[in-house]
Write a protein that binds this ligand. Structure first.
Ligand SMILES: Cc1cc2nc3c(=O)[nH]c(=O)nc-3n(C[C@H](O)[C@H](O)[C@H](O)COP(=O)(O)OP(=O)(O)OC[C@H]3O[C@@H](n4cnc5c(N)ncnc54)[C@H](O)[C@@H]3O)c2cc1C
Length: 297
C-alpha cells in the first residue's frame, strides 16, 4: 500500500487537494456490515485519496482498528491509515501493535497520545509507555518505514494551559520527531485554521503538509458535546442557528452540509493541501459536501 506522504506529494505536484475520510470501528456486526455494504461504497464513488480508522479510547479497539484498516485496504482497495494512541500501553505493547500493522501491510499511522481513560483528569503515562505523541512518533520513525501523521489543534489543545502558541511549538517538535503531515482537530472558523497555518509555516518554519479536519454537523446536541470534549469553538451566529434547530436533526444536518460546503470552498481557495472529513460512519453529509466540491478536484 502507498505511503500517504507520497499521495500528498503527488497531489501537490498536480495542484489538487487530497480528500480523506475518517471512520471509527463499528461496535456491532450490523454496524460493520452497514459500513462495508453501504457507507464505504457510497463514499468510494467520491474517489477519496485515502481514509483512516480511529483507535478507541483506552486502546479499546486495538484489534478491531487493525482489522478494519486491513479489510478496507484489501476489500475496498483504498489506502487506509490506522490511528494509534499511547493510552494504557507499554512501549513493548505498542511495538507489538506496530509489528502486527506492518504484517498486515498497514504502512500509515496517525500517532496520537490519546486521552485519559474516561476522558477526564490529567493524562498519566503508563509505566514503560510514552508520555507524549512526540515519543511515539520518534519510536515509529526509528523502527518502521511508515508514513506518520500527527494531530494539530488550530485553537490549541484543550489541556494546554500555557496557550495555543506553546501547544503549536510542541506540535513543531512532534513533527520534527519524524511526522510527514498534520491532520487538524475540527474547527468552524476558518480564521482559526489560517492563523494556525500561518504560525506553523511562517513563524515556526514547518514544511510538512497540514490537512484541515472537517466535521459536517449532524445534530445540535451532538456538536455541543463534541466541542465541549475537544475545546473547539462554535461561532455564535452558527450556535444561534443550531439552537434554533435544537431537536430537528434533519434540519441541523442540512445546515451542517451547507456550512461545510462554504467552509471547505473558502479553505480550498486558501490553497489547503487537502480536506479530512470526520464522516462518523455515515455517508450522506460527506457525500453531499464532496459532490459540491467536485470542481476543485
Ligand atoms: C485528527 C485527530 C484524530 C484523532 N484520533 C483519535 C483516535 O483515534 N483515538 C483517540 O483516542 N483520540 C484521538 N484523537 C484525540 C487525541 O488523542 C487527543 O486530542 C489527545 O488529548 C491529544 O493527543 P495528541 O496526539 O495531540 O497529544 P500530544 O501531542 O502528546 O499533546 C497532548 C498534550 O500534551 C502537551 N505536550 C506535548 N508535549 C509536551 C511536553 N514536552 N511537555 C509538556 N506538555 C506537552 C500538548 O500541548 C497537549 O496539551 C484525535 C485527534 C485528532 C485531532
Amino acid at each position: 500500500m502507498r505511503h500517504i506522504r507520497d499521495i500528498h506529494q503527488q497531489k501537490k505536484s498536480e495542484g489538487k487537494p487530497a480528500f480523506s475520510f475518517e471512520f471509527f470501528p463499528p461496535k456491532t456486526e450490523k454496524g460493520e456490515e452497514n459500513l462495508f455494504a453501504s457507507v464505504l461504497p457510497e463514499l468510494q464513488a467520491m474517489a477519496p485519496d485515502y481514509c483512516s480508522v480511529t483507535y478507541g479510547a483506552g486502546g479499546s479497539t486495538r484489534d478491531t482498528t487493525l482489522d478494519m484498516v486491513e479489510r478496507i485496504q484489501r476489500d475496498v482497495g483504498l489506502v487506509c491509515m490506522s490511528h494509534l494512541t499511547c493510552v494504557q500501553a507499554t512501549q513493548d505493547e505498542i511495538a507489538q501493535v506496530l509489528q502486527e500493522a506492518q504484517r498486515r501491510q498497514i504502512c500509515n499511522i496517525l500517532a496520537l497520545r490519546g486521552d485519559p481513560p474516561g476522558g477526564v483528569g490529567p493524562f498519566e503515562a503508563t509505566e514503560g509507555g510514552f508520555a507524549f505523541s512526540k515519543d511515539l512518533v520518534a519510536f515509529i520513525k526509528a523502527n518502521h518505514d511508515m508514513s506518520i501523521g500527527v494531530a494539530g489543534f488550530p485553537e490549541g489543545h484543550i489541556a494546554c494551559r500555557e496557550g495555543k502558541e506553546v501547544d503549536w511549538a510542541r506540535l513543531k517538535e512532534k513533527v520534527d520527531a519524524g511526522a510527514d503531515f498534520v491532520v487538524t482537530q475540527l474547527f468552524f472558523d476558518n480564521e482559526d485554521f489560517l492563523r494556525f497555518r500561518d504560525h506553523m509555516v511562517k513563524e515556526l518554519g514547518m514544511e510538512q503538509t497540514i490537512i484541515p479536519g472537517i466535521l459536517p454537523v449532524l445534530s445540535t446536541r451532538q456538536i455541543q458535546r463534541f466541542t465541549e470534549l475537544c475545546g473547539a469553538t462554535i461561532p455564535s451566529p452558527m450556535m444561534q442557528r443550531l439552537e434554533g434547530l435544537s431537536e430537528d436533526d434533519a434540519a441541523a444536518t442540512a445546515f451542517g452540509i451547507d456550512y461545510a460546503i462554504n467552509q471547505c470552498e473558502a479553505l480550498l481557495k486558501e490553497g489547503v493541501a487537502g480536506l479530512h472529513f470526520y464522516c462518523l460512519n455515515k455517508a450522506h453529509s460527506t457525500l453531499e459536501v464532496a459532490k459540491a466540491l467536485a470542481s476543485y478536484r
